[in-house]
Design a binder for this molecule. Structure first.
Ligand SMILES: [Zn+2]
Length: 419
């Protein structure tokens, strides 16, 4: 079988629509992947898992004193609702929400900088903040060409308490601080609940070492407003092409192909999978993740969350084949990390956009910035790598995570240090 750039691009076009965590469109993309697996000749499966679901019915932010003005906002999902009349409070700008920024913030509504994190949220709760407003984008954005970010609170925030939160445009945030209001009002109405997201799974049994498993994984969900072709329809079609190849060329070791849902909401699909399949994971010797690929202006990257020898292997292969790729032993913010957290060596492949070359996580993640040939070349390199691992006489990757990577994964997942 020959790998086909046209076939990859064709599938990428078919799944290139907004498909956020738990949405009807994410489910539709899962069905398309499932149909593709069937057309290859295999049976795929959908594994459902619960994710937070919210719908913002009303979000209104008003400056009340010393002047009156209303600003366009989006609300943080899962940040609750205010009473119908909203909440009013004195206003303060608290920058990065250090405790020193928050000395006078009790019962106030505060503006915090973008880059909002769980620690800042915890500090605001501790300081007795009533509600918060953050911002997205930049102060030079043209609002007709950009969308307000969509954000939600997760359990890392909510364990400290729940306060309503808004997202403004950076430009508006700057205007507000320039004219420093004294009193503001937040009115928020949202419905909160749960819905299903899905992982799509297909398996090819190994002909010689059935009990040694390699997982090929890629997330297929997107962020709001994004068609998610660069991130990560491209990775999704790459592992589909590899599935097609290994269906026709039976591997020595067992392969699982998993398209994860809800990665963009905090690696939820891969966290779910690695939690409920603990028994199966004992057999998994390597996870190969592909997240982001295809930019015309770009460069290839590999992140190895495993023994350093795996970095060397990929570097040697890069030289041998003549495929340029920079390799680092590091944690990648993607579905490889929950595997490494379970002690499974993980590698992620990507082709990133050069600076300014391929916008992501917004409405400009478009197929016109990608080239089918770049997707094909990365597919071929991952295939060459796979041949040397999946079909190796002795599996070459030590099944352990070195301490520096254990620490890095813990830090990434913000876990307590393991003793
Ligand atoms: Zn991604």
């Amino acid at each position: 079988m020959k790998f086909s750039a046209e076939r990859e691009f064709e599938l990428l076009n078919r799944i290139g629509f907004v498909r956020t965590s738990g949405s009807r469109e994410e489910r539709k993309a899962a069905e398309i992947l499932l149909d593709e697996i069937k057309s290859i000749g295999l049976d795929g499966e959908l594994e459902a898992f619960k994710v937070d679901h919210y719908e913002i019915k009303k979000a209104k932010f008003e400056v009340l004193e010393p002047y009156h003005m209303e600003f366009t906002v989006n609300a943080y999902g899962m940040s609750g609702s205010t009473s119908q009349d909203g909440i009013e409070g004195e206003f303060e700008y608290v920058e990065n929400a250090h405790m020193t920024n928050l000395i006078n913030a009790k019962d106030k509504i505060v503006l915090i900088n973008a880059g909002f994190n769980a620690k800042a949220y915890e500090n605001m709760i501790k300081a007795g903040v009533k509600g918060f407003v953050s911002f997205s984008g930049t102060v030079i954005d043209d609002e007709s060409k950009t969308d307000l970010e969509d954000r939600k609170l997760n359990e890392r925030h909510l364990k400290h308490g729940k306060i309503p939160g808004f997202i403004l445009r950076a430009k508006d945030a700057m205007e507000i601080i320039r004219n420093m209001p004294t009193k503001v009002r937040m009115t928020l109405e949202q419905v909160e609940g749960e819905c299903d997201s899905h992982n799509v799974v297909a398996c090819i049994k190994g002909s010689m070492y059935e009990n040694e498993e390699i997982h090929f994984v890629a997330h297929y969900d997107s962020v709001p407003f994004s068609n998610g072709v660069y991130d990560n329809g491209a990775g999704s079609v790459i592992i589909m092409e590899l599935l097609r190849y290994y269906y026709e060329n039976p591997p020595k070791r067992t392969l699982k192909f998993i398209w994860f849902g809800s990665e963009e909401r905090g690696l939820l699909g891969s966290k779910h999978y690695t939690t409920i399949h603990e028994e199966e994971l004992k057999n998994v010797v390597l996870a190969v993740n592909v997240d982001m690929a295809g930019p015309i202006l770009g460069y290839n990257r590999a992140f190895v969350t495993a023994d350093k020898s795996l970095c060397n292997m990929v570097e040697y292969m890069s030289n041998e084949i003549g495929f340029p790729i920079s390799v680092d032993q590091d944690v990648y913010s993607s579905d490889s990390t929950p595997y490494a957290d379970k002690g499974i060596p993980a590698i992620s492949f990507a082709r990133f956009g050069a600076n300014g070359g391929a916008p992501g996580h917004n409405r400009y993640d478009l197929i016109e910035h990608l080239s089918a040939d770049n997707i094909l070349k990365l597919t071929q390199f991952i295939h060459a790598f796979s041949e040397r691992t999946i079909n190796a006489c002795v599996f070459p990757v030590p099944r352990e995570i070195p301490q520096n990577m254990v620490d890095a994964v813990d830090k990434y997942l913000a876990k307590e240090k393991k003793r």
